[in-house]
Design a protein around this ligand. Structure first.
Ligand code: ATP
Ligand code: MN
Length: 461
């Protein structure tokens, strides 16, 4: 079985008989001859199949319309057309499945991305989604390759968590209790001791806390798995279910963490440029003509590194009327992040040393008593693509912070024990996989870079 990608790659294919299987993208011709563009998803390119109508059953040819699935045996010949180098002259055709032109939703080209979201079960068959999904695969592969080549171990952290303190947003509950008639405590609250795990459980928002346990044993680990946030933010950059990559490294301080983040992102972008040019070229042509230049630009420039305090100064002096007013202590909004990246520095920016009140309890406290060693990597068009920090490794300081924030210490005893037994300086970060794919593909809505997006009121496919 040979894919269209491999046929188009083989130098000496002309004159050979082969078989291709795929879905019809377009059909044209006249009563004597039919031209089919066939695609099997292995590449953005189609193979043109030329059918001499007199050799085949009329009814068969009629049924080979856009969307139909066929297998064609034939001989590969040099193509007189300028669209392609080779084409197949059909000798035998099997129709696996027709697609009624009256009802097949992708009968015509040029549907809007919004419409395609409503047919997420079929949109992988479009050029756009084929390209996005192949790039998504390539980047996922490159992520594993990068870490493997650099001595990181892939740690599988749990999807179901009993800890409420991951602190990165609203969580989905996981339960087998009867929603209509749950067991109750005396005070009317739900009695979770009768639930499957004997306690209240949720879907994880991050693998970090468990990742730290791994790093404090294997030195360098990464997670790469789905995470869930029940945040009702209907933005082009948020999903309720998204994939996150979280490396966690013992003995890394904040500067090592920043170096890793920059090297990692550049590696992945370089990988896409080296391996996905056909698909990137298509997306560049169709959606975003600056895409490839923007990707190259990332490779050619060092990321700017500034403190949060400095960032606030720049934003205040900018003279721009932001929707969210700027003052020391605020959480940076996307508009602020994009100003720093796109207008001021004109390159990716890493912001460090955030006010402790807007960051999670586990971030390493600075000596000034008001900032922590967090770092966000900000990208053009996206805003925050990575959030990370050096972690607080001091038992007392961490415990005090947990008390101060009134987090349930009983849920975190195992996390605290890592600071009690052989603690070590360590750091890590979380890269939102879909945010990266957004950047690499130049798409503008995060719903269009994951096969089956989960967003508020949407889990059909
Ligand atoms: P934001 O402020 O953009 O909501 P966050 O501060 O909640 O992000 P973190 O908790 O630091 O993000 O998560 C790490 C990374 O995961 C982010 O930098 C981003 O790339 C990605 N991310 C966070 N929330 C989402 C989401 N709802 N959908 C997709 N990616 C996300
Ligand atoms: Mn968020």
């Amino acid at each position: 079985m040979i894919t269209i990608k491999n046929i188009l790659r083989s130098a000496d294919i002309v004159g050979k008989t082969t078989e291709i299987k795929g879905w019809v993208r377009t059909k044209r011709g006249n009563k004597n001859i039919t031209f089919i563009a066939l695609n099997d998803g292995s590449t953005i390119h189609n193979i043109q199949v030329v059918i001499d109508n007199t050799k085949f059953d009329e009814n068969l040819i009629k049924q080979i319309s856009t969307g139909a699935c066929i297998a064609v045996k034939g001989i590969m010949v040099e193509s007189p057309g300028k669209e392609q180098l080779v084409e197949m002259h059909a000798e035998n055709i099997v129709l696996y499945g027709n697609a009624d032109p009256e009802t097949y939703p992708l009968q015509k080209k040029g549907h809007s991305l919004e419409f395609l979201r409503e047919i997420a079960h079929l949109r992988p068959r479009t050029n756009t989604f084929g390209a996005v999904l192949r790039i998504r695969h390539a980047i996922a592969f490159a992520i594993h390759k990068y870490f493997n080549d650099n001595g990181f171990y892939y740690l599988h952290t749990p999807i179901i968590t009993g800890s409420d303190c991951e602190g990165a947003g609203e969580m989905f509950r996981v339960t087998t209790l009867d929603a209509k008639n749950p067991p109750l405590n005396g005070d009317g609250s739900v009695n979770f001791s009768e639930d499957f795990f004997g306690k209240e459980t949720k879907l994880t928002v991050s693998g970090q806390l468990e990742g730290e346990l791994g790093a404090l044993a294997l030195s360098r680990i990464y997670t790469f798995g789905p995470t869930f946030r029940a945040e009702n933010s209907n933005t082009p950059r948020h999903l309720a279910e998204f994939w996150m990559i979280e490396p966690e490294m013992a003995f890394y301080e904040i500067n090592d963490n920043m170096d890793l983040a920059e090297d990692f992102l550049k590696y992945l972008i370089r990988y896409a440029l080296d391996n996905c040019m056909d698909d990137l070229g298509f997306l560049c042509k169709m959606y975003d003509e600056e895409l490839i230049a923007r990707l190259r630009f990332i490779l050619e420039n060092n990321f700017e590194r500034i403190t949060y305090t400095k960032a606030i100064e720049i934003l205040k002096k900018s003279g721009v009327q932001f929707e969210f007013p700027v003052d020391w202590g605020i959480d940076l909004q996307t508009e602020h992040e994009r100003y720093l990246v796109e207008k001021y520095f004109k390159r990716p920016v890493i912001v460090t040393d955030y006010p402790k009140d807007i960051k999670a309890f586990y971030m390493k406290q600075n000596d000034d008593g008001r900032t922590v060693r967090g770092m966000d990597v900000l990208f053009p068009k996206i805003g925050e693509i990575i959030g990370g920090s050096q972690r607080e490794e001091d038992y007392e300081k961490l415990k005090n912070r947990i008390t101060e924030l009134q987090l349930p210490e009983k849920d975190l005893w195992w996390y605290l024990e890592t600071r009690k037994f052989g603690t070590a300086p360590h750091s890590g970060f979380g890269l939102g996989f879909e945010r990266l794919i957004l950047f690499v593909t130049g798409m503008s809505n995060i719903r269009d870079v994951i096969p089956f997006p989960r967003t508020p009121k949407n889990a059909e496919f």
